[in-house]
Each structure stands twice: as C-alpha cells, then as structure tokens.
Design a protein around this ligand. Sequence first.
Ligand SMILES: [Zn+2]
Length: 103
Amino acid sequence: MNMKIKKNDNVKMLAGKDRDKTGKVLRVFPQERKVIVEGLNIVKKHSRPRKEGEKGQRVEVPRKITVSNVLLICPKCGKGTRVGFKVTEQDKHRVCKKCGAEI
Ligand SMILES: [Zn+2]
C-alpha cells in the first residue's frame, strides 16, 4: 500500500490534544495506515523497577496516530499540505499540492 507519509517527514497533528503541534515521523505502519511521530500523542507509562529497591520510572511513549490525522509539512514552502503524486515512467514522486514542489 502506498503511504503518503514517510519516515523523517515533518507532520502537523490535526486532531486530539496535540492538535496543531508538529513533529518528525519516526516510524510508519503501512498495513495499519498509522505513524509514530516524535513528541506527539505521548502516553506516560510507568515502568516497573528492574531490581529490588529501585524505583519505577515514568517513561513517555509516543503512540500510533492514524495517517489521516496528520498533515505533511512541505519542506519547500513550509505549509501543511495534502500530498499528490506525479507519476513518470520510472518513478512516482510525491508533490506538494500547495506549491507543486516534489517532496
Ligand atoms: Zn509546498
């Protein structure tokens, strides 16, 4: 399946408590059409102490976000944009729908 969002893209969150925040895509899950974005959709988990006498730690873990809830930020024009595709014989490029730049 073709994902419009790729690893290392900068995206903007469109919904939820992190609405309008931006972050870098760390992982993509094409099967689920979900992404994990640095600093977005964070849940705090408590990890159990590994050794006796040690305190449990709070760790912050980014949860998966449905791709339709994020918008790609175009590296050329800096705007949040939907992604189009430009298909050539050899390749398929992503194109910013705002400025037309290949991404
Ligand atoms: Zn653009």
